[in-house]
Write a protein that binds this ligand. Structure first.
Ligand code: SAM
Length: 198
């Protein structure tokens, strides 16, 4: 790992500890929020790939007491506040939508920061990330209200353009964004999709 990437990682790690955030990823959502103002007070937010809970923490503060966060992961996430509920589910399984719907069946915002445990085999990691992103889009189609918004991480690979094309069929405006808190060397980017149209 190059020194500047390690230093950047350490910087965000320390900053997350200082501020009591559960992950460095929290800074990525804060940057996306500052630029696109997606999460609003009172919103219902579905957070896919929520563990260890950094994004849920940020979203929980933004939606306030009138809002609701449903965090989903294959690993447990400790509660982040009264407005948070956790659903233990693998989003690639058919049963995921049913399990989520028991808690809430319509959302204003769907977030997906899902990622494979990085194996080091780049093509494999990218392939899994693509599967998770396409599946997150399916969940967003099923559970987002009209005009709802979607943010989805994907590792850029062979199916990236196809993925953006699919997102563009469902949302009015789509922007590909790389937060500065994201390692430059990493293939991850965030597809920010505004206003679901179908
Ligand atoms: C980068 S972490 C998310 C970090 C989180 N946004 C935060 O701020 O704390 C990626 C998460 O995706 C989850 N994940 C991977 N595959 C999944 C799947 N099939 N279903 C649900 N979650 C999955 C992992 O367990 C991991 O917790």
């Amino acid at each position: 790992m190059e020194w500047h990437i390690r230093r950047k990682g350490e910087f965000y790690y320390k900053k997350a500890k200082e501020l009591g955030y559960r992950s460095r990823s929290a800074f990525k959502l804060l940057e996306i929020q500052e630029k696109f103002r997606i999460i609003k007070n009172g919103n219902k937010v579905l957070d896919l790939g929520a563990a260890p809970g950094g994004w849920s923490q940020i979203a929980s503060g933004l939606v306030g007491d009138a809002g609701r966060i449903v965090g989903v992961d294959i690993q447990p996430v400790p509660a982040t506040g009264k407005n948070f509920k956790f659903v233990l589910a693998d989003i690639t399984k058919e049963s995921a939508i049913k399990k989520i719907s028991v808690v809430c069946n319509i959302f204003d915002v769907v977030l997906s920061d899902t990622a494979p445990t990085v194996s080091g085999f780049k093509d494999m990691d990218v392939g899994i990330s693509e599967v998770l992103a396409f599946r997150s889009l399916e969940l967003a189609q099923a559970l987002l209200k009209e005009k709802g918004n979607f943010i989805c991480k994907i590792f850029q690979g062979k199916r990236f353009t196809e993925f953006v094309g699919q997102v563009e069929k469902v949302f009015l405006k789509v922007v590909v964004f790389k937060p500065s808190a994201s390692d430059k060397a990493s293939k991850e980017v965030y597809v920010v999709a505004l206003s679901k149209s179908t």
